[in-house]
Design a protein around this ligand. Structure first.
Ligand code: SF4
Length: 179
């Protein structure tokens, strides 16, 4: 971490329900402590479209369900020093991956009941992203540094993992995969 600047913190939202970010907001007054300790440089809670360069900590909510998620996750990984899989959908696939139990075409047919819509969604026009055949966990696509399970993780565990990583310590609430 560059000691001449404040650490940069980002949060991102892929294929999830946003409940993990709601839990982030449950930090309440501790958000002020966080803002004092780090620059929150990117988040779905802010009006910024492009994931920035030189991020120190990125929390990524949700699984990888479409081609935009794939591209965004690879960008986040390339631009972030520490990547935290934020919540069960990011860690295990969880709710988002329930569709993996069935072929994608069957799910689209059941949802829309119209073969024309199903065909359109199989090769959607720009800018609609194409769904992946299977939902992936973050670590199926990129290297993940820390895992924060929970659906959603509690505000306490979010605060603990961020403050520990900022301090260069092993997060008490976070786990490396398999630990
Ligand atoms: Fe929503 Fe739970 Fe998935 Fe978080 S882990 S995005 S709260 S379903």
């Amino acid at each position: 971490m560059d000691l001449n600047r404040r650490p940069r913190l980002a949060t991102a939202w892929l294929g999830g329900c946003s409940g993990c970010h709601m839990s982030f907001l449950d930090l309440d007054e501790r958000l002020i402590d966080l803002a004092a300790a780090a620059d929150i440089c990117y988040s779905p809670l802010m009006d910024i479209k492009e994931f920035p360069e030189a991020v120190d900590i990125a929390l990524v909510e949700g699984a990888v369900a479409n081609e935009d998620h794939l591209r965004d996750l690879r960008t986040i990984r390339a631009r972030s020093k520490t990547l935290i899989a934020f919540g069960d959908c990011a860690v295990t696939g969880n709710v988002t991956a329930m569709r993996n139990l069935f072929p994608l075409e069957n799910i689209l047919e059941a949802a829309y009941g119209d073969p024309a819509v199903v065909r359109a969604l199989s090769a959607p026009p720009d800018p609609v992203p194409r769904l992946l055949g299977r939902v992936l966990r973050l670590h199926d696509v990129v290297e993940v540094d820390w895992y924060l399970p929970g659906c959603p993780p509690s505000a306490d565990s979010i605060f603990e993992i961020i403050t520990a990583v900022l301090a260069g310590k092993k997060p008490p609430g976070g786990r490396k995969f398999g630990c």
